[in-house]
Design a protein around this ligand. Sequence first.
Ligand code: SAM
Length: 248
Amino acid sequence: VSALYIVPTPIGNRADMVPRAVEVLQSVGLIAAEDMRHSRPLLQHFAIETPMLAYHDHSDERVVERVLSTLQGGDSVALISDAGTPLISDPGYRIVDAAHSAGIPVIPIPGACAAIAALSAAGLPSDRFCFEGFLPAKSQARFTALQALVAESRTLIFYEAPHRLLETVKGMAEVFGSDRIAVLAREVTKMHETIRRAPLGELAEWIAADSNQQRGECVLLVKGAPQRQQALDAEAERILYLLMDELP
Ligand code: SAM
């Protein structure tokens, strides 16, 4: 039976391509790719000659229909994005949703994901974490988004564009406090890979002092708020409800 395969690609180092991803990409009838021009060199490198189709979550309905009709016609389809795991701050949701609705099996191939790679090396609690993806680009909206996370006790994971990194780390120091521990995971699996753990205030200074840190791709991780703050918030909420009952 045909299936929709969700296939990860490397986030920098081609040696991270998993063998099963290569096998699947070689054997399916169609590859739905975020950007065909971007993926072509990788596919060529692994001698993958499968036809491609460009897919984005904003693509025309006809693109999703073409993927579905390929699947319903008995051919399997693989979904890839530019780098890492599709659907993780990347396109794919609409296709996976449509496949489930049509009763087509969806098969994930595990592999590279910047957020998980960064978390595994961050030395921050990893038993529970929140993946926040990209913060809003506008500074006021970003500030509001950070404020909403101030009492979150789980480790926070963000993707950030290099040109906004410094401003974001400064904003985090302001909102979460400059003593809160954070980790910058930059250029993971690449030549200039850097994993740096420091309090937010110190991290901001370090990034400001070295413009090389404002280049390439990065993941930011922030230690969660101490549980005590959550307990205090819960206590404040309990008292608020008690008072509200008493008010006319
Ligand atoms: N789907 C991808 C994944 O599984 O990680 C993420 C795609 S998202 C559009 C791209 C963002 O992921 C970058 O802006 C950066 O925040 C992060 N990223 C991707 N590759 C990275 C790398 N090698 N090192 C650090 N961060 C990376």
